[in-house]
Design a protein around this ligand. Sequence first.
Ligand code: HEC
Length: 147
Amino acid sequence: MMFTSTAMAADAVSVKEGLRIATIGGCHDCHTDGFAASGGQVDPAKALMGSQVGFQGPWGTTYPANIRVALSKMSEDEFVRYGHEIKTRPPMPWFALHAMTDNELRSIYQYVKSLGAPGDPAPAYVKPGDAPKTPFIVFAPPQMPSQ
Ligand code: HEC
């Protein structure tokens, strides 16, 4: 049946599928420096290596992690379990990983592994009230509707 074969093909594990899922999932938007500003070009030298620009809000200041580093510390099976359980501070959409199938997580893993040397981790989390040492973007509405 046509539907079945299409569904199976879409769920097959591959590096190419991992790039597709990372694109749909918006992973590069935050985890690849320069991606959003370039209109969606993935610079292979920077792909998923995180950002030096923090996101600041009531949670403190968080940095999109270097996913190559995070995945260099786990096997593919470990990443599948991690993907189902991950919970982070904002604005990481950890619930997007929960919504992925095992095979989608496997494709992401294989795509990240194909990208090359992990490089350095992103800057560490900074607590609310502490001053970050890097540039950061503040999540603060410039105005709120009146009550
Ligand atoms: C809106 C920005 C944003 C998007 C989109 C985003 N992330 Fe994140 N991600 C972050 C931030 C910020 C952190 C750090 C959170 C913290 O410090 O608690 C993070 C953390 C992570 C971590 C934890 C790394 C570690 O060291 O444990 C993983 C894994 C991850 N992201 C994967 C992904 C994947 C896969 C996608 C695409 C489905 C994605 N992220 C999309 C911002 C984002």
